[in-house]
Design a protein around this ligand. Structure first.
Ligand code: SAM
Length: 179
């Protein structure tokens, strides 16, 4: 991802993102939520949090949270996440990056929705810090059209962006938002 100066960096993982994205993923039937970081210390922290809520005291106190956080997988890079999806789904996923900025070769929400509802695996990629670096975007098969908002400002937190995108792609056919 990028930092505010535009350098490529690995960012710290946010506890709030783990909980909120895992719950949204569970709500919409997203099979796995990969937390991707090359930083060993960050992986240790994430592992401690997941273990607390899935195997430790947290899981006994809050089974719904346990069910959500149990779908988190930790990987060192995106290729490892894509390889895991391929083993799970039996086919390589379409890798789709997300960004608030308009991009080239975008795939629309309805196109992606159609693909997912046909059972094809998709790996949706979200950024942190100042967003995904150019090389991460270049490595993906496609870029999802940005969520536009309604007044020109569309810089969402990653957990809000994930929840909105899950709803657009995975909500049932007769959902009011599908008009
Ligand atoms: N510090 C921020 C936070 O609190 O989450 C991280 C910002 S990070 C740039 C937000 C990520 O969410 C982006 O990299 C992108 O994956 C996604 N995102 C944010 N706004 C979006 C939008 N309008 N359309 C699509 N994706 C968006």
């Amino acid at each position: 991802v990028l930092n505010r100066k535009g350098d490529v960096v690995a960012s710290a993982v946010t506890n709030l993102d783990l909980h909120d994205i895992a719950r949204a993923a569970r709500t919409y039937g997203v099979r796995r939520f990969y937390v991707v970081t090359p930083l060993e210390d960050q992986r240790q922290i994430v592992l401690r949090i997941i273990t607390h809520w899935t195997e430790g005291a947290g899981g006994r106190l809050n089974p719904l949270r346990k069910e959500a956080l149990a779908r988190i997988r930790l990987t060192q890079n995106l290729a490892e996440a894509a390889a895991d999806v391929e083993v799970d789904a039996g086919a390589a996923p379409l890798t789709v990056a997300t960004s608030a900025a308009p991009q080239r070769k975008t795939i629309g929400f309805s196109q992606l929705r159609h693909r997912v509802h046909n059972g094809s695996p998709v790996l949706l990629i979200f950024g942190t810090a100042w967003g995904l670096a150019e090389e991460a975007l270049d490595d993906c098969d496609a870029l999802l059209a940005p969520i536009a908002g309604n007044n020109g400002y569309n810089h969402l937190s990653v957990r809000s962006a994930a929840a909105i995108i899950f709803d657009r792609i995975l909500s049932p056919e007769n959902h009011p938002g599908q008009g």
